[in-house]
Ligand binder design. Structure first.
Ligand SMILES: Cc1ncc(COP(=O)(O)O)c(C=O)c1O
Length: 438
């Protein structure tokens, strides 16, 4: 088992995260429970930020808060001096509510509603990313109404698509995000922005995929984007900011490389080196450099603790170990066959004895959290810890079957506290009405 930087096994044989004993956390807060190591989150932020500053100079990281969004995480970003990426009115509202400097927010979305644009204006969102054919017109109209000139980036599709361990170069125009560079749609969108009085074109954004370990994919994206910046320069269009999006990979299973904070620094410095080289070779102005990691910041910081319940052995077929959560707190395995590792947190030092399947409690046969994992013989009452659940688990949680979304606790230096309190059944039913239709 490949324990994350945040974890160890203590003298009692219990899994420990951020200095806190998982068995004690489960006793104190109950299960299912999301646990996030705050120090790990901060250390990854610092690594990304300081590497950009030291190896490049002008730039920042913008935490992609779709990965995990709540007041506590925006507060951490505020304290760490990071920018944020927000994609909805809800994320804007939550970030603004903790006093995050919204001038450091990048607002994305392929279909921003009027309500969201109005909220973005009121909150003072620094940069809005143009990503739809009528975005420029609509953002310009809102900016005029609010008597301001709004900074915008244009999201482009560079024709580099990366996923996990490989990438492809494509001229694909079939994407709901971004304007194709190749087809000329991107340049048209930029010209549209430049023609509007209440918009200021600040630069380009692209996002080439997720869970990327192949560094050459990012290097290629830098090359393509700087070619495009040079091309725009020839048209007299200046690009101040280059935002390369997110997608840095994290370790879910043995199939994935395991990056520590130092390796993320190397990952980012390769990008900044490539960018410096391209800037020099192509004779373009050095842009302000932004990356938008989400998963890499919070993914490995998080685990989910569950209590083992029913164990169902189908001889010669499969043994199911059921837990008190499932697809409602982690939809990723059901949604795209995401793979996870886990241990029995109360017996973490014990050798594995059998291969089992971890089943969730929802009324869906597809509610399987881990298929075929080697564990000690699990029994009712054991505590299962699933690793790397900090990203896209809480943020995608649902109340399917009217299950409550588990609470989130942050741990740091052995101390713990709620980042998100437990949802009660009253909370779930609070907005329900019996419609008076007669
Ligand atoms: C525009 C943009 N930026 C950043 C991210 C964050 O990606 P990740 O969490 O893989 O780093 C995404 C993810 O979908 C995205 O669409």
């Amino acid at each position: 088992m490949n324990y994350r930087d945040t974890m160890n096994i203590n003298a009692a044989g219990h899994l420990q995260i951020g200095g806190a004993d998982c068995v004690e956390l489960a006793e104190k807060y109950g299960t299912p429970l999301y646990v996030m190591d705050e120090e790990y989150i901060r250390s990854v932020c610092r690594a990304f930020k300081s590497t950009i500053e030291e190896t490049y100079g002008s730039g920042n990281m913008a935490y992609a808060s779709k990965a995990f969004s709540c007041k506590a995480i925006y507060n951490v970003m505020k304290e760490e001096g990071a920018c944020i990426d927000v994609v909805s009115g809800g994320e804007i509202f939550t970030a603004a509510s903790v006093g995050f400097d919204m001038g450091k927010a990048f607002f994305h979305g392929n279909n921003k509603t009027d309500g969201e644009l109005e909220l973005a204006m009121r909150a003072g969102v620094g940069t809005i990313v143009v990503d739809a054919s009528d975005d420029a017109e609509r953002i310009d109209a809102f900016a005029r109404r609010f008597g301001k000139v709004q900074d915008v980036l244009v999201r482009v599709n560079p024709g580099v698509e990366a996923h996990t361990h490989s990438y492809i170069q494509t001229a694909k125009v079939d994407s709901k995000f971004g304007f194709s560079v190749k087809s000329g749609a991107a340049t048209e969108a930029i010209k549209d922005v430049l023609s509007r009085k209440n918009l200021r074109f600040t630069g380009l954004h692209c996002h080439i995929g997720s869970q990327i370990f192949d560094r050459s994919a990012f290097a290629l994206a830098v090359d393509v984007m700087t070619d495009y910046i040079a091309q725009l320069g020839a048209l007299g269009i200046s690009v101040d900011t280059l935002d390369l999006g997110g997608g840095f990979g994290v370790h879910y299973t043995e199939e994935d490389p395991k990056y520590n904070v130092k390796e993320y620094c190397e990952y980012v410095s390769l990008l900044t080196r490539t960018l410096c080289d391209c800037v020099e070779r192509k004779g373009i102005k050095k842009p302000y450099f932004v990356i938008e990691p989400g998963r890499a910041v919070v993914g490995e910081a998080g685990i989910t603790l569950y209590t083992v319940g029913a164990v169902k052995d189908i001889p010669g077929v499969r043994k199911y170990v059921a837990i008190d959560g499932g697809m409602t707190d982690n939809i990723r395995p059901a949604l795209y066959e995401a793979k996870y590792e886990a241990v029995l947190a109360n017996r973490a030092a014990e050798e594995a004895q059998e291969v089992v399947t971890i089943a969730g409690k929802c009324c869906e046969s597809g509610d399987i959290i881990i298929k075929d994992i080697a564990l000690p013989r699990a029994k009712r009452g054991d505590l299962l810890a699933v690793f790397t659940t900090g990203a896209y688990c809480y943020s995608m949680a649902s109340n399917y079957n009217r299950n409550a979304v588990p609470p989130v606790v942050f741990v740091r230096g052995g101390k713990s506290g709620y980042a998100i309190r437990p949802q009660t059944y009253e909370d779930i039913a609070r907005l329900d009405e019996i419609p008076q239709t007669e």
